[in-house]
Design a binder for this molecule. Structure first.
Ligand SMILES: *Cc1c(COP(=O)(O)O)cnc(C)c1O
Length: 522
């Protein structure tokens, strides 16, 4: 199992790591960390609390707590170590390459973090007088201006708080536009190669979702699309590049077809990192598109922070964008239009969120835009696509790429290369964990069998890509050589082995039960 592992000076010769038991249960720096409730000691506290007052008036008596709160008693260092140890069992983009296809886990430059922490951005309140937050409003206006310029679209709504929220915003604007035309259309077309949030959003908006099949090239089947068009179709939602990592080459025909049928063209632009600086979606006939700032413009996500999903609109939909809007007066003052008035009362559908969106994400994205500049952003797309193609080409001989020819920002493999090996996509992905990698996206998209979707992003070096490729090659070759031990129980080297994922999802244990006294005494 451990062949190929380089020996380092100081490596123990005698015992293989998996036979080495420690007294503490810890394994080197990896601690066997009990639940925080199991570390409870009655009366222990991290803070020095004053004695409770005994002289409260009777009328406050009903507010008095009647029993213990049930929080564990720990000292401050214990709490600190508990969470640091848990975090060390986790995987993060700051720890290594994170090839999760469709998620764009790229490095988040620390400059962005520094800017977002400036008190003028971090410590302001959304209800502060607008005159006192002119810089923040100007930054929002600038982010919006860049997004419009990069997409070739005239209007933007900044407030949606994630990609899926942006989709909702786009469909609500489309419905507002149809309402204004006095039309009720209740069907939304979503190709099979679309991201799962597309049909989910359409359903949530009350539309009937009608799937369009993918063709043999992994793209929208144009004949299938034309067949589904009709006077009841409100919109088509197309992910481009799609979730097979492919550019929808018929996108101009799609735009013409949906417009001729009186519907709107929604584009899922979460993967704009593959196009930025190279293609302007506005030139493709798109009416609304969300952009995930947390993907293209590198802000932390996936457990690392909130997202932001601004939506750009074409002329046809600009009037239906939600509030608030950032405006600049002739005298150079910035303001947020927060209310419906005579100019927008008949059109806008209201707001998407209580306030203005994710200010901290706007700052990070703007820092990324300014530090890259127009040429740098173009290079983002070029390098993201180059990295994915480098991986696809390097693994061609060992794994089965699903579609021939170059890909965009991510490359898709299916499980044909594992046929008759007894190793599944899941086993293969779990074995990657033992090698120190977060697995790629598995079993998605659904258009191929046993999918393995890899997105390296532009922020990995050639060395990092080579190492990753070598690991996948070694796994694929072992699987084919019948060395199934490396896979069947993987991961072997993590604090916990292979879990029953169905049971964990269906019957999660969310409440800690103290052991019964008899058991505890044993
Ligand atoms: C990530 C992604 C989404 C969803 O974005 P969230 O911010 O997670 O809601 C939608 N579509 C595509 C193509 C994506 O890659």
């Amino acid at each position: 199992m451990r062949q190929g592992r380089p020996t380092r000076p100081g490596d123990a010769e005698a015992l293989p790591a998996d036979e080495f038991e420690t007294f503490s249960g810890h394994r080197g720096l990896q601690h066997e960390e009990p639940l925080i409730f199991e570390q409870d000691a009655a009366g222990r506290s991290g803070v020095d609390l004053p004695e409770p007052r005994t002289d409260l008036p009777d009328r406050l008596g009903t507010l008095k707590r009647r029993g213990a709160v049930g929080l564990p008693g720990l000292s401050e260092p214990q709490v600190m170590r508990h969470f640091v140890r848990l975090s060390q069992m986790n995987y993060a983009i700051d720890a290594g390459l994170y090839p999760l296809g469709s998620c764009t886990m790229k490095h988040n430059p620390r400059l962005n973090e520094k800017m977002a922490r400036l008190p003028g951005f971090a410590d302001i309140h959304p209800l502060q007088p607008q005159a006192s937050v002119q810089g923040a409003l100007e930054l929002m206006a600038e982010v919006g201006r860049w997004l419009c310029a990069l997409t070739g679209m005239p209007a933007v709504a900044l407030s949606p708080k994630a990609g899926a929220h942006g989709e909702l915003c786009g469909l609500m604007a489309i419905r507002a536009a149809l309402d204004a035309r006095g039309e009720t259309r209740n069907r939304v077309l979503a190709p099979e190669s679309a991201h799962g949030t597309n049909p989910a959003t359409a359903a949530m908006c009350g539309y009937t979702v009608d799937p369009i099949p993918a063709d043999a090239r992994g793209r929208v089947d144009m004949a299938g699309l034309r067949e589904k068009l009709g006077p009841d179709v409100a919109a088509i939602m197309v992910t481009n590049p799609n979730t097979c990592g492919l550019f929808e080459t018929d996108i101009l025909e799609m735009a013409d077809a949906i417009h001729a049928a009186g519907g709107y063209f929604y584009c899922d632009g979460a993967n704009f990192n593959a196009l930025v600086g190279r293609v302007r979606p506005g030139d493709l006939g798109i009416d609304a598109m969300h952009i995930n700032l947390h993907k293209t413009f590198s802000t932390p996500h996936g457990g690392g922070g909130p997202g932001a999903g601004p939506v750009v609109f074409s002329d046809a939909l600009a009037a239906y964008a939600p509030l608030p809007l950032v405006q600049k007066s002739q005298s150079g003052e910035f303001s947020l239009v927060e209310q419906l008035d005579d100019t927008n009362a008949d059109t806008a559908f209201g707001r998407m969120t209580a306030f203005h969106g994710q200010m901290g994400m706007f700052v990070r994205a703007y820092a990324y835009m300014l530090s890259h500049g127009a040429d740098g952003l173009r290079q983002v797309a070029e390098d993201a696509v180059l990295s994915a193609n480098y991986i696809q080409a390097s693994l061609e001989a060992d794994m089965s790429a699903s579609y021939p020819g170059p890909c965009m920002h991510e490359c898709l493999f299916d499980d044909r290369f594992l046929k008759d090996t007894g190793v599944s996509t899941l086993d293969f992905a779990k074995a990657m964990i033992d090698e120190g990698y977060h697995p790629m996206t598995m079993y998605f998209p659904l258009v191929v069998h046993g999918a393995l979707l890899i997105e390296p992003t532009e922020t990995e070096s050639r060395d990092a890509l080579d190492q990753f490729i070598a690991v996948l090659q070694s796994l694929a070759r072992d699987a084919k050589a019948g060395n199934s031990a490396r896979f069947t129980g993987a991961p072997y080297l993590t604090p916990r082995g292979r879990l029953d994922e169905t049971k964990a999802a269906r019957k999660p244990v969310l409440r800690w039960q103290p052991p019964a006294p008899a058991e505890a005494a044993e």
